[in-house]
Design a protein around this ligand. Structure first.
Ligand SMILES: NC(=O)C1=CN([C@@H]2O[C@H](COP(=O)(O)OP(=O)(O)OC[C@H]3O[C@@H](n4cnc5c(N)ncnc54)[C@H](O)[C@@H]3O)[C@@H](O)[C@H]2O)C=CC1
Ligand SMILES: O=C(O)C(=O)CO
Length: 333
């Protein structure tokens, strides 16, 4: 079935105004102006009617939904970098292409990773909340509000891709020693630039780091990559930062180990059962042991506009009969 010149494009969430305006100019765009997430039934309806769907990372486009899609559905153009919300294999098997929005959110997400990496050991949120909570502050004291030094510590990055490398570049400026574990060793020029030490064994790396940053995607292979067994290898003085996906860590065990003082703390932008946040984590946040953010890694005005522009480029290239620049294939996951 040929794709029309102005295809029906269903967009599941409100996007930046400039992106929506351009989409209206180019496509028969069905926008979601009030931004309420689409129900499963509405998503199925979209899959039955649209030639192109633009979901976001919170829309589950699973095999069951793809099975319901009509033959007119040709492209799922994700507004998001991670594609763990989409069953890419099922889509591609049915002849539906999938694209995402990499690169434009790398630097913003790396900034937020650094923000968490600094905030937890240096007790940033705890300190700031003293001044806005109405508690009396009696002034500077030699022994009050002491955190731990970042400079000179060992940072272990799990997933040395675009964001992992951007984190490493920033972390070097903060005097951290860079260590990493990745599916494949990165080219030697990158290792040299980052003065990064590669660990083939994730277990061995985890046992030796002061701070661990999770920057790999959530895939079947990385679900609970930081399992209960591996989390127990982490030193009691160490911190865990996760701006990738909650499912990569056994969150329940991480919570228990922080409660027990067997891991020093964590900075989390993502959660295993998002948007639900474990109340025990919230309690730990109130106690200053963890810093929690509501999935804000890429949340900049500039980034969101560029993500939208990427979605449009992917759609237009696809409609012109070419390979979209950000095509996702099961083999690349
Ligand atoms: N918090 C937020 O708002 C955001 C979160 N993200 C998350 O960050 C993830 C990473 O993004 P990028 O760096 O752009 O992706 P990328 O594809 O450039 O890098 C991911 C790295 O993880 C490695 N990896 C994959 N499976 C692995 C495994 N089993 N063991 C070890 N390493 C493995 C890959 O080889 C690759 O080097 C995304 O998939 C997404 O889930 C991305 C953007 C914003
Ligand atoms: O793009 C992603 O993968 C996110 O998590 C949100 O930007």
């Amino acid at each position: 079935m040929a794709i029309r010149k102005r295809p029906l494009v269903v967009v599941t969430r409100k996007l930046p105004d400039s992106v929506e305006t351009r989409m209206r100019e180019l496509f028969d765009a069905r926008l979601n102006l009030d931004d309420s997430p689409l129900s499963k039934a509405a998503l199925i309806e979209a899959a039955k009617q649209a030639e192109i769907i633009v979901p976001t990372v919170t829309d589950k486009i699973d095999a069951a939904l793809i099975a319901e899609a009509g033959p007119q559905l040709k492209l799922i153009a994700n507004f998001g970098n991670g594609v763990d919300n989409i069953d890419v294999e099922a889509a591609v098997k049915k002849g539906i292409a999938v694209t995402n929005t990499p690169r434009v959110l790398t630097e913003d997400t790396a900034d937020m990773t650094m923000a968490l990496l600094l905030a937890v050991p240096r007790r940033l949120v705890e300190g700031a909340s003293v001044l806005i909570s109405g508690q009396e502050w009696t002034g500077w004291s030699p022994t009050w509000m002491l955190g731990h030094r970042i400079w000179g510590k060992r940072l272990g990055i799990v997933g040395m891709g675009r964001i992992g490398q951007a984190v490493a570049r920033r972390a070097r400026a903060f005097g951290l020693q860079i260590h990493y574990h990745n599916r494949r060793r990165v080219p030697v020029e990158i290792e040299e630039e980052l003065e990064a030490t590669y660990w083939e064994s994730l277990d061995q790396m985890l046992a030796r780091m002061d701070i661990i940053s999770i920057n790999c995607p959530h895939t079947p292979a990385t679900y609970h990559l930081l399992s209960a067994r591996r989390l127990k290898l982490i030193r009691p003085e160490a911190y865990v930062v996760n701006t990738a996906r909650g499912e990569v860590i056994d969150e329940n065990t991480l919570t228990r180990l922080i409660e027990a003082g067997e891991i020093a703390g964590a900075g989390l932008d993502v959660f295993e059962h998002e948007p639900a946040v474990n109340p025990r984590l919230v309690k730990l946040a109130k106690a200053g042991k963890v810093v929690l953010l509501p999935h804000m890694g890429s949340a900049t005005v500039e980034g969101r506009v560029e993500m939208g522009e990427k979605v449009i480029i992917n759609i237009r290239t696809f409609m012109d009969g070419h390979k979209p620049p950000d095509r996702v294939l099961p083999s690349t996951l």
